[in-house]
Design a binder for this molecule. Structure first.
Ligand code: ASP
Length: 332
């Protein structure tokens, strides 16, 4: 018998329409599981719990991540795997954050949700939930993943790409961990492997992070105010990591780095990687000490910086760890 714990955090999957104003509102979780009798069978026992305050995932922050990680830690020995029911909007961020928090994870933690509420006739929730439970119980997966519409993806490689289609997620820089059709086809070569066998849960998270998205014509005033708003900055650059090489821009970056703050270069492109130095417009970034996020998603880069800033004792240690793969989020 395999024991799987469902952790409900909110999102469309557990909502129903308010009869008065037609807006989507969260429902009681036990009502939700009882609408899927197929969840339980003779081989899999599914238990459930939820975070204290169920939320639309647009309200996600480190407080809830810590709550989810702590639930996993407390139930780790008794359970064979975990399924986290989460709103799709920030699922990629949460899956990334939780992957960093759970060092030495040896069980599956599968994030899933749905585009249509579980009680609605055309819902995609049942398939997503039942297959996630089955994957979590298989014993094959030992990492944090996102399962959605026939694909099992590494959580910290995932991005939400569609708010309309059932196929809402993708991992443009990493192949699928499993493809689901009549059979569940696991792609073992893509699984994350770690030497560490003991779960260690990290709950120190910083929120001292800002994102600067470049666009043609961005002003010095805007760049300066974002650079000065936090100690860890992600610049979303063009293509393979290019940015304007105007003097004022480089001077602002230099001053920030001189003040021991970290600047990370993440591309606005979904696929491909940042390679500083291919173009003149990125070679200066290299010289002044901007760190390349290579093929990391912005979601992974943000949560990794939050994680490292909360945990590392100095900027050097943080920056050294940032460019290393901690949970398979960046290619070596
Ligand atoms: N706004 C919802 C959420 O992310 C959307 C969803 O569940 O898909 O919580």
């Amino acid at each position: 018998m395999k024991n799987i714990l469902l952790i409900y955090t909110g999102g469309t999957i557990g909502m129903e329409r308010d009869p008065v104003d037609n807006s989507l509102q969260s429902v009681d979780f036990s009502k939700l599981t009882s609408s899927i009798p197929e969840l339980q069978n003779s081989e899999i026992k599914v238990s459930h719990t939820s975070i204290k305050e169920v939320i639309d995932s647009s309200n996600m922050n480190k407080k809830y991540w810590i709550e989810i990680a702590t639930i996993i830690e407390k139930n780790y020995d008794e359970m064979d795997g975990f399924v986290v029911l989460h709103g799709t909007d920030t699922m990629a961020y949460s899956a990334s954050a939780i992957s960093f928090m759970l060092e030495g994870l040896q069980k599956a933690v599968i994030f899933t949700g749905s585009q249509i509420p579980i009680g609605a006739r055309r819902t995609d929730a049942k398939e997503n939930l039942i297959t996630s439970v089955e994957i979590a119980a298989s014993g094959k997966i030992k990492e944090v993943c996102v399962y959605f519409e026939d694909k099992l993806l590494r959580g910290n490689r995932t991005v939400k790409v569609n708010s309309e289609q059932f196929e809402a997620f993708n991992s443009p820089n990493f192949p699928t961990l499993a493809d689901i059709g009549i059979n569940i086809k696991y792609n073992k070569n893509n699984f994350y492997k770690t030497e560490e066998q003991q779960l260690k849960v990290h709950t120190e998270f910083s929120e001292d992070v800002a994102v600067l998205k470049l666009f043609p014509g961005i002003t010095e005033k805007v760049v300066s105010s974002i650079l000065n708003s936090a100690n860890n900055i992600i610049i979303e650059t063009f293509g393979s990591g290019n940015a304007t090489n105007r003097k004022w821009f480089l001077k602002l970056l230099k001053n920030v780095i001189k003040a021991e703050k970290s600047i990370v270069n993440c591309s606005q492109c979904l696929a491909g990687e940042v390679t500083q130095g291919i173009y003149e417009t990125s070679s200066n970034l290299n010289k002044i000490g901007v760190i390349s996020a290579k093929d990391m998603t912005t979601e992974a880069a943000i949560t990794k910086l939050m994680f490292l800033d909360g945990w590392c004792t100095n900027t050097k240690e943080k920056e050294t760890l940032f460019i290393k793969s901690l949970r398979g989020e960046i290619s070596n």
